[in-house]
Design a protein around this ligand. Structure first.
Ligand code: NDP
Length: 493
């Protein structure tokens, strides 16, 4: 193994009695969080190295790729497929707007896939350029921690090189996990679902989280028969119960077969396709079975136990409020810490890490009022507390305002699908504690509402805001009547 000691322009810190390092910071993993942390640290003057595996644009076998899960096999390709899937129902809606669509309309999956791959390759190039423009040195290979200040990078040809760094940042993200159901090897995860050779005519999706409802919507929008099986009464555990029911109704309204309270017991390969057996005795034949059953932190191959970095019971790296592990020179951000597994949160953690370590401004990420969206069709977007959380946390009674309406576009298209918006307010302080929306453009609208909640806006301030007419968004500032008041629960003495 080669030992890389000095690289061009290395910091000469040997005179100051400090050990000599190749880098001020070495980042393992060039996903959203790792790239952000590397670039911002470099802007503060740090000498930064980063390693990441190269990716194969078509094969889903190889993990890695500068840009990480979000860019290569997550948010970005998924959103492209959501756009692709949305045209189908939109074309149907266009008929009553005067569009004559008499000839057969074909959907070409391969074309969309090709366009998607082109875009991912473009973004991968942009991310690489962002790193080099910031002066960050990229190593294409797999990183492993071999000491509190040492990272070993194994390149594709098997060569191992060791780099020393004053600080090491783990930003290796997460990967899909599958439950051990007999025949599970016949299933795919979201990695493969984003690069299928053929559009499945019949798909079974297991899970009720983000990925499950998003892929169910994508395939259904493209015309596939979709069966969605999940363990609970409603999908999207953790979200506001009322909104979960709305999502379920909309998925069903768009033609997805929902199987609540359902587990899969076996997958069997047959001539007709994959036979999916459920614990309700059902048999569903599918071309593709997607397991969307959560993700696990990528810590297994990092050698963390050997250097004493503590993990929690899910295998995530344990960190303090500043993203520092129990080994003072080693830090971690993003999904690998399993705090709030969203790209913008990893970006925040990466920025705050750089400010803390190299910017001379210690700062802790703030996890309050983080908005998010589930890109099912139509999408759900929320910020702040659900009604259930508000009842637990509010100082006073909880006032719930809801608005359910037929979006103006549907009045002419004839689509039977209501939009619902909801605000939960603390009656004692008048503060808006949470907002939710399920309907077209919900994520675009919720981003602005998130600013209001971050500023601790009151319901009176929402009411005094003038609406934009005619829009769906204006409903957020015109909800005057309380739908219900949930009294503050009496605490047991
Ligand atoms: P989630 O954690 O959102 O959901 C996992 C789902 O799998 C749950 O419905 C869970 O059911 C179910 N599940 C878990 N184990 C089993 C099992 N053994 N048998 C049956 N069902 C099971 O995970 P996802 O995989 O959907 O997404 C991973 C993460 O990626 C998300 O949490 C999110 O942080 C991120 N993400 C964000 C997106 C966005 O911002 N739009 C899009 C996609 C992903 P139960 O509820 O019963 O436990």
């Amino acid at each position: 193994m080669a030992r890389k000691m000095l690289i061009d322009g290395d910091l000469d810190n040997s005179n100051q009695g400090e050990p000599h390092y190749d880098f001020d910071l070495f980042v393992i993993g060039a996903g959203s969080g790792g790239v952000r942390a590397a670039r911002v640290s470099a802007q503060y003057g740090a000498k930064v190295g980063i390693c990441e595996l190269p990716f194969h644009p078509i094969s889903s076998e190889v993990v890695g790729g500068v840009g990480g899960t979000c860019v290569i096999r997550g948010c970005v390709p998924k959103k492209i497929l959501v756009y692709g899937a949305s045209f189908g129902p939109e074309l149907e809606d266009a008929r009553n707007y005067g569009w004559e669509l008499n000839d057969k309309i074909d959907f070409n999956w391969k074309k969309l896939l090709h366009k998607k791959t082109e875009e991912i390759i473009r973004l991968n190039g942009i991310y690489k350029r962002l790193l080099s423009n910031a002066g960050v040195k990229l190593y294409e290979g797999e990183g492993k921690i071999v000491g509190p200040n040492e990272v070993e990078v194994t390149q594709l040809d098997g060569t191992k090189i060791c780099y020393s760094a004053k600080h090491i940042l783990i930003a290796t993200g997460s990967r899909a996990q599958r439950p051990p159901i007999p025949g599970q090897e016949l299933s795919i995860t979201s990695d493969e679902a984003l690069s299928l050779d053929e559009l499945p005519k019949r798909a079974v999706v297991l899970g009720g989280g983000y990925i499950a409802v998003e892929f169910a919507s994508i395939w259904r929008g493209m015309g596939s028969k979709v069966d969605l099986c999940f363990r609970k009464e409603l999908p999207l555990r953790g979200f506001d119960d009322e909104m979960r029911a709305v999502v379920a109704r909309n998925l069903e309204g768009r033609g997805i077969n929902l199987h609540p309270r359902t587990n899969l017991t076996e997958l069997v390969k047959t001539e007709k396709g994959i036979k999916v057996l459920t614990d309700h005795g059902e048999e569903i034949i599918a071309d593709v079975v997607l397991f969307a059953t959560g993700r696990m932190p990528n810590t297994k191959r990092l050698n963390l136990e050997a250097v004493g970095v503590e993990l929690d019971k899910t295998g995530a790296v344990k960190v303090d409020e500043y993203s520092r592990t129990n080994v003072p020179s080693i830090w971690a951000i993003g999904d690998v810490t399993n705090r709030m597994n969203l790209t913008p949160v990893a970006l925040m953690e990466g920025t705050y890490f750089a400010k803390t370590v190299f910017g001379g401004e210690p700062c802790k990420p703030d996890y309050n009022n983080i908005p998010c969206a589930v890109f099912c069709i139509p999408p759900l977007s929320v910020v702040g507390l659900s009604e259930e959380q508000a009842i637990e946390k509010a100082k006073g009674d909880v006032l719930v305002f809801t608005s359910t309406f037929n979006p103006m576009k549907n009045t002419v298209s004839g689509r039977q699908e209501k939009t619902i918006m909801k605000l939960v307010v603390d009656a004692e302080t008048d503060k808006v504690l949470g907002a939710s929306m399920c309907g077209p453009d919900a994520p675009e609208i919720m981003q602005g509402i998130a600013v209001a909640l971050k500023c601790e806006a009151t319901k009176a301030q929402f009411d005094s805001t003038v609406g934009i007419h005619p829009s769906a968004a204006e409903e957020f500032v015109t909800m005057r009547s309380v739908t219900r008041c949930v009294p503050k629960p009496k605490k047991n003495l």
